[in-house]
Write a protein that binds this ligand. Structure first.
Ligand code: PLP
Length: 675
């Protein structure tokens, strides 16, 4: 069962909302502008929902329009405000909170340009708690034409001090837009009492379907329709109304009022505290990125030292728990959250943030299950050397690759000699590497650099502080190589070096070369044509190359198998090997899916280097079908094998996420872990 903890992104549709939408589509399908009975019924439905929304939001004599969502509401409000500022010489500034949803600053920029106003647009800074700088607002509000401040933040849940903002606006001629999206159903906005001019809302953040929203406009506030046409919504918003959306929103608003369907604030706070406690237990060292006392009880935003946002998202997803990265991740580099940056949080917190959000329809049993899964995630980290406390497993032997923003660090571990070597470690990885080394317990023969970068020497010094008992004490040169030692023995293999290239293998021809050099010509002197070249940086996500594989003139495309074709593929290739390239901490939580009779192998992408030679030499014709969660890592693996000369490497397009559930049956994680 999926545990959906991403309610701030969107919510499922409440059953009664779905029923109301279907009723509006199937039976009450009239156009509310028609004057016949079917139309009148539709008109009555709209009027009823609007009246309910007006009561609930306490709009007084303000207008409440049905729109397609908050983004449209924001456009309409910004257009209305900015259109009224034409020719107004007093207004010089457009102000918005630094942590506002992108829809607000982008709308300000857009309409400022389209209307040719050329007003200055400025962000109101926030403090470390995510609250607006009211002194800044007081100082600038006299020159402002429009001020935009959200009611509650979508990433952190931090609730704005609307009374403080209103006080700071006393004497200011500015119009005031309050984005109410995350507050709907959770926080009263007191629209009648406050001087708020515009407040947009979005239905899909509170159990209505996507495509329906509301815009509150204070009586007397300037208004310019965004949509002109048939004159619907009193000519304020033309276009035939989204009747099924309105009916569904009506059902949600009724549920809010009935007091039985949705939980109240104290209950939600209790749920939040339980989730927070489970997180703290599962992830030692975890820090919350926003103060709970000032936040909605439905949102938790946190970071864990040494664990990237991406890793945590993969981990939760493997446990069938849906959370959101607090930051946008591209394939190679995590972009830090601008919200957390605006709050002045350290980079690691802003880049490693995870958001967990619930809606008021959840119940205690759901929270029980969510807490159990969070604990299972912690358990998985402990079993895979990723927790600072109570690790009780060893890392795999061979080569493990650790990526950091495109840079590659390699840990070479040998079970026979119980020794290891680190190559190209970076300071940001020290926390995690120290955990891995402690967990494994092998003394480190050397902490080497293939590029001579200062970061590698820094990491060496930091590791010596973090795990002094495992670090080498022999004097070494600037690249970390022990003085007067021609080779480092790692069991049957030897690590030698030619200049800055590190060569690993049992014979004179190294199996693998670790190199910061980008020019293959420089390598021909020391490696064979089929030696794997493991790079110091891998932004292109190639994993490894070899000299024998010429650079393709065109970009390679991985051979793809669609989820719907998987069974047919396996029938056609009964000897195919399915390779799970997810990391062990994910495989542990949602173990390898199985097809009856299918041969499977777990080979995490971080350890792929160990498998490439055996596959290329021993099974060059055997179809290898790589899979992972989303299809990104499996595509990298399939492309690497193809580039290195394997003719039968495939990727499962879209990964497990897009697999029809009937195709593979999943092992459930061990229930004992969920107690
Ligand atoms: N404002 C806030 C605070 C939001 O969280 C969102 C959605 O994430 C929006 C505006 C935009 O809403 P929609 O995409 O429904 O138009």
């Amino acid at each position: 069962m999926e545990i959906y903890l991403d309610a701030n992104a969107t919510t499922p549709v409440l059953p009664q909302a779905k029923a109301a939408a279907i009723q509006a589509m199937v039976e009450d399908y009239g156009n509310p502008s028609s004057v016949h009975s079917t139309g009148l019924k539709a008109k009555a439905l709209i009027d009823g929902v609007r009246a309910g929304a007006q009561r609930l939001l306490d709009t007084g004599d303000g207008a409440l329009l049905f729109v397609s969502g908050a983004t449209e509401g924001i456009q309409t409000a910004v257009l209305s405000a900015l259109n009224s500022l034409r020719g107004n010489l007093q207004a010089e500034l457009l102000l918005y909170g630094a942590t506002e949803h992108k829809a607000v600053p982008e709308a300000l920029k857009h309409w400022n340009q389209v209307l040719g106003l050329d007003l200055q647009i400025e962000a109101i800074p926030v403090d470390t708690q995510g609250r607006h700088d009211l002194a800044f607002l007081r100082q600038h509000s006299a020159r402002a034409g429009l001020v935009c401040t959200m009611a509650a933040n979508n990433e952190t849940g931090v609730i704005s001090d609307l009374d403080g903002i209103e006080a700071a606006l006393v004497g200011s001629p500015a119009l005031w837009l309050v984005d109410g999206v995350q507050a709907l159903g959770k926080l009263p906005l007191r629209l009648r009492d406050r001087r708020i001019d515009y407040a947009p809302f979005s239905g899909h953040k509170l159990y209505a379907p996507k495509g329906i929203g509301l815009l509150y406009v204070r009586a007397g506030a300037p208004f310019t329709p965004l949509m002109a046409g048939g004159g619907q919504e009193g000519s304020l918003r033309s276009g035939t109304e989204n009747m099924s959306g309105i009916a569904a929103l009506g059902a949600v608003l009724a549920a809010l009022s009935d007091g039985a369907t949705l939980r109240d604030e104290p209950t939600m706070s209790g749920f939040r505290d339980r989730l927070a406690a489970a997180l703290v237990e599962a992830f030692p060292g975890l820090v919350f990125n926003a103060p709970m006392a000032l936040s909605l009880p439905t949102t938790l935003n946190f970071a864990v030292p040494g664990l990237s946002s991406r890793l945590l998202q993969d981990l939760f997803d493997a446990a069938d728990v849906r959370v959101s990265g607090g930051s946008a991740c591209s394939a190679a580099k995590a972009a830090p959250s601008f919200v957390l940056q605006a709050m002045g949080l350290p980079d690691w917190q802003a880049a490693g943030a995870v958001r967990l959000s619930i809606g008021p329809a959840v119940d205690a049993a759901f929270i029980d299950e969510a807490c159990a899964r969070i604990r299972a995630c912690g358990e998985s980290l402990r079993r895979h050397c990723l927790s600072p406390a109570n690790n009780f497993a060893t890392l795999g032997d061979g080569i493990t690759r650790f990526m950091q923003d495109g840079a590659c660090c390699y840990l070479l571990a040998d079970a026979l000699s119980q020794r290891c070597v680190l190559i190209d470690a970076r300071p940001e990885q020290v926390f995690r590497l120290a955990q891995a080394l402690t967990c494994q317990g092998y003394p480190v023969l050397a902490v080497l650099s293939t590029t001579g970068e200062a970061e590698h020497a820094q990491a060496r010094a930091l590791l010596a502080e973090a795990v002094p008992e495992l670090m080498p004490t022999r004097p070494c040169d600037a690249l970390g190589w022990p003085l007067d030692v021609p080779a480092l023995a790692l069991g049957k293999q030897q690590l030698t070096r030619q200049g800055q290239v590190l060569l690993l293998g049992e014979t004179d021809v190294p199996a693998i070369a670790f190199s910061g050099l980008s020019e293959p010509a420089d390598l021909t002197a020391c490696v064979g044509p089929n030696s794997l070249l493991a790079p110091a940086r891998d932004e292109a996500q190639q994993v490894a190359r070899c000299l024998a594989s010429a650079e393709p003139t065109e970009e390679l495309a991985a051979q793809q198998v669609q989820g719907t074709q998987l069974k047919a593929f396996m029938t056609y290739h009964p000897d195919a090997l399915l390779v799970d390239v997810r990391e062990p901490y994910e495989q542990f939580l949602s173990q390898t899916p199985e097809l009856i009779g299918v041969q499977m192998e777990a080979m995490p992408l971080s350890r792929l280097l160990n498998a490439i030679h055996p596959w290329l030499t021993e099974q060059p014709q055997r179809p290898l079908l790589f899979f992972c969660r989303t299809g990104n890592r499996s595509r990298q693996a399939a492309l690497a094998l193809t580039r290195l000369g394997h003719g039968q490497a495939w990727t499962l397009a879209g990964g497990l996420a897009l697999l029809p559930t009937a195709t593979l049956s999943k092992h459930q994680p061990d229930p004992a872990l969920y107690v």
